[in-house]
Design a binder for this molecule. Structure first.
Ligand code: AMP
Ligand code: ZN
Length: 483
């Protein structure tokens, strides 16, 4: 499998350090609010990566943090603590907020068929890990104490900007409008490892440390949690593109300074979901959540399909119109699968291998999910029996996770019930389209059959066939498709 590595700026053949297990780390949510569907795009694509690795035979140990302390409103350690902001907004304690939004995150992720990582670790559980790392960084001169906080000294590194060759002056601007510069920093990009003094004395959660009572910075969390569960090396680290700088850059700085060797081999960054007015955010405009999609009548899995139709290294524009299209595509796909008959034939191994090869070629090429979705249509068109088609679709869905067979079975049941309850004759197009002229002819054929005028019924069937329409009789109805 070839996977793009943000650290080398190229696609590289993926080889884990240890062939028996892939060690994967994902930056988790900051649980001060609901995740927006932009955040969830990143988690969907990371889910695809994990599932495809498993699909190809790897064991994977995947770890994710839950940020419940230390993430300030600016990623460069300025501004208010996001958790405290959430607690004030809702007149609750920080821990109540963390619990509520952690649960909400996993509920939303579940609706999108995102698997929960093997280890999910709240940042507040690992204070000792951070203290151990920071103590060594202090001892070896990579960290310094100033104005009550412990900072990482970025000037001690030969190469700080690992993901790009930005002009240091352009990027060094951690300070945003309306946020004052931190006078204690020796270098602009130095970052806080441990706070004892922040501008906000009402910081809710604090712990004792060799540098005073305080709390960890956001970046140290991911290094500490990763090392606690995955040891001194890591195969793949993922996150949204905004995490590349400063968050991941700082993670690498502190981890490698602490370990004295290379830490992580692959960096996977998912580009943003944007709206027409720019980057999606929790504070601006309509706050797009999974619940909002549901309220508007969308299936969350139509959003998953929408994400899979584009490549994770391209930014994606969200609009209701785009989501409508994805929902229609999803419905048609399910309707087509619903017409396949599970009992039709034995599994045809040659067909399975041929179809799988195409699917894997797509995903082996830096997770080309849009081609992997196309491979679903190849299955539907392939000259083989329905049992084989269903088997392969189910197999691909181990990675794509669109609940294809489950939804198709529900659709089949729904059609059956409709037909029986109305004691009527249901006419269903396999593509989901409607065509009054075709439907009228099928109805006329049904009338002819009822009147035992089989010659007329056959004539109508042939007439439809000449028009390129193929009929299949089902209990209490008929399905049709264009051939
Ligand atoms: P946060 O909860 O803010 O720490 O972000 C959770 C994850 O979502 C991180 O991996 C971010 O990089 C990612 N993320 C944030 N905004 C977007 C967006 N608009 N599109 C895709 N991913 C995003
Ligand atoms: Zn992180």
């Amino acid at each position: 499998m070839y996977l793009y590595n943000s650290a080398s700026h190229k696609k590289e053949l993926f080889v884990p350090n240890n062939p028996d297990i892939v060690k994967m780390y994902t930056c988790g949510p900051t649980v001060y609010h609901y995740a927006h569907i932009g955040n969830l795009r990143s988690y969907i694509m990371e889910d695809i990566l994990e599932k495809y690795l498993r699909y190809t035979g790897y064991n994977v140990k995947r770890v994710m943090n839950i940020t419940d302390v230390g993430h300030l409103t600016s990623d460069a350690d300025e501004g208010e603590d996001k958790m405290l902001k959430g607690a004030k907004r809702e007149h609750k304690s920080v821990m109540e907020i963390a619990k509520f939004y952690t649960d909400a995150f996993f509920s939303d992720a579940g609706k999108l068929n995102i698997k929960t990582p093997d280890v999910v670790e709240p940042a507040t559980n690992c204070i000792d890990e951070y203290i151990k790392i920071i103590s060594k960084l202090m001892d070896t001169g990579y960290a310094y104490f100033a104005g009550g906080n412990v900072y990482f000294d970025t000037s001690k590194l030969d190469r700080y900007y690992v993901f790009n060759d930005f002009n240091a002056e352009d990027l060094a601007e951690g300070v945003r409008e309306g946020v004052e510069a931190d006078e204690n920093k020796r270098n602009k990009n130095d970052f806080v490892l441990w706070f004892t003094k922040s501008k906000f004395e009402d910081q809710a959660l604090k712990w004792d440390s060799p540098w005073g009572v305080g709390y960890p910075g956001w970046h140290i969390e991911c290094s500490g949690i990763s090392m606690k569960h995955l040891g001194e090396d890591l195969d793949i680290h993922c996150g949204g593109i905004d995490n590349a700088f400063p968050h991941h850059t700082n993670e690498i700085a502190q981890s490698e300074a602490y370990l004295g060797h290379k830490w992580c081999n692959w960096w996977m960054h998912v580009l943003h979901l944007n709206t027409n007015s720019g980057k999606m955010s929790k504070s601006k405009g309509e706050f797009l959540t999974v619940s909002l999609l549901e309220e508007k009548g969308y299936d969350p899995l139509a959003y998953r399909l929408f994400c899979l139709q584009s490549h994770y290294r391209k930014s994606l524009v969200f609009s209701w119109e785009n989501l409508d299209n994805a929902q229609v595509t999803y419905n048609k796909l399910i309707a087509k699968i619903a017409t396949l008959k599970p009992e039709d034939g034995e599994i045809d191994q040659a067909a399975v291998e041929a179809l799988k090869a195409k699917f894997c070629t797509a995903l082996d090429n830096d997770l080309n999910t849009s081609l992997a979705v196309t491979a679903l249509y190849d299955v539907l068109k392939y000259k083989t029996n329905d049992a084989t088609k269903l088997f392969v679709l189910d197999d691909f869905d181990r990675v794509l996770s669109l609940s294809l067979l489950e939804k198709a079975a529900a659709k089949r049941e729904e059609l059956k019930k409709q037909a029986v309850s109305a004691d009527s004759f249901s006419i269903v197009s396999e593509s989901g389209e409607s065509d009054p002229e075709v439907e009228a002819k099928i109805q006329a054929r049904q009338e002819a059959k009822k009147a035992k005028n089989y010659a007329e019924a056959d004539r109508i069937r042939n007439e439809l066939k000449e028009q390129g329409i193929e009929l299949t009789d089902i209990p209490h109805g008929a399905t049709w498709k264009r051939i």
